[in-house]
Write a protein that binds this ligand. Structure first.
Ligand code: BJW
Length: 248
């Protein structure tokens, strides 16, 4: 059910985008769904790994309790990801970096598909599965350049254990990244929210901030979310089909 104020009018969004100077986009797992990446909360349930819900395996507590199992979970996901390619939604957003005077893409995704599609600057709020971080000196390394038989891998700089450079539940976001996203969300004219359940904070607060500062809010999602009522336009559909249709 829509509120009286929320519309499903792609033409209205095209008109807004034609006039916009500054556009901010927040993406979530749904933008990669048509590439074959599973979402976290699809089909009414939560993703599960070896009987553990993702919010347990992807948690700060699990890193302390069983780091090798955390590596096994991310090794499995990288194994799936390396066979997958960006879809038309990623491609449309990559074109938009050259379409608007100011364009910001902030993603909660850790899959690297926005960069693979050609977006040069991506604010990765929850990190990236292809990067490892030293738990002692915080040096970063490309996972593909580390010994894949050593779990956890040893830091090339200091020899301490490394962990995936992703933001797990109960952890803070990378220094400066959320602040940059918040500044751009606060300054945008049009804010698109694509393929996220908008349940996880602080990322889910970015569209709320944009709205408070006067932005026109557009959601693209096959399902209703608790941000739908806040949006000026809520387009029900798949990102890979809808985003190319919003392009000129
Ligand atoms: C399609 C589609 C198609 C399908 N096209 N769409 C304020 C209030 C309450 C709680 C908190 C709060 N502030 C902080 C918290 C705690 C917590 C939190 O938010 N909890 C809530 C769940 C209640 N937040 C944190 O812990 C964060 N840290 C933090 O705030 O630090 C400060 C702090 C520390 C300690 C104490 C207190 C404060 C960190 C959050 C990190 C989240 N990490 C994860 C895992 C990353 C690693 C990994 O990949 O394993 O990030 S959780 C998971 O959820 C992942 C995602 O990025 C994130 C969001 O999920 P997303 O992208 O929305 O996916 P889904 O699956 O939920 O939704 C998919 C959507 O796509 C659906 O709507 C579909 O309909 C749609 N879709 N096909 C378009 N084709």
């Amino acid at each position: 059910m829509k509120t009286a104020a929320t519309r499903d009018t792609p033409e209205e969004v095209r008109t807004r985008l034609r006039a916009a100077r500054s556009v901010f986009v927040l993406t979530g797992a749904g933008v990669s769904a048509e590439s074959g990446v599973p979402t976290f909360r699809g089909g009414g349930g939560a993703a599960v790994w070896k009987g553990m819900p993702f919010y347990e395996i992807s948690s700060a507590g699990m890193v302390e309790r069983d780091l090798p199992e955390v590596w096994a979970w991310f090794d499995y996901r990288r194994g799936v990801l390396k066979t997958l390619r960006p879809n038309p939604a990623h491609a449309t957003l990559a074109r938009w970096q050259d379409r608007f005077a100011e364009f910001t893409l902030a993603t909660q995704n850790v899959d690297g598909l926005h960069r693979a599609a050609g977006t040069r600057e991506v604010l990765e709020l929850h990190g990236n599965v292809w990067i490892a971080r030293c738990m002692s000196c915080r040096a970063r390394a490309d996972v593909r350049e580390l010994n894949d038989e050593e779990r956890p891998p040893a830091c090339p700089d200091c020899g301490s254990p490394m962990r995936p450079d992703v933001v797990l539940f109960g952890e803070v976001l990378p220094a400066g990244v959320f602040e940059r996203a918040a500044a751009r969300a606060a300054a945008c004219e049009v804010c698109l929210i694509v393929g996220t359940s908008a349940l996880v904070y602080p990322a889910a607060g970015l569209p709320e901030l944009a709205k408070q500062m006067g932005a026109f809010l557009v959601e693209v999602n096959p399902e209703r979310t608790h941000l739908s009522a806040l949006c000026d336009v809520s387009i029900k559909g798949r990102a890979g089909e809808i985003l190319p249709r919003l392009d000129d």
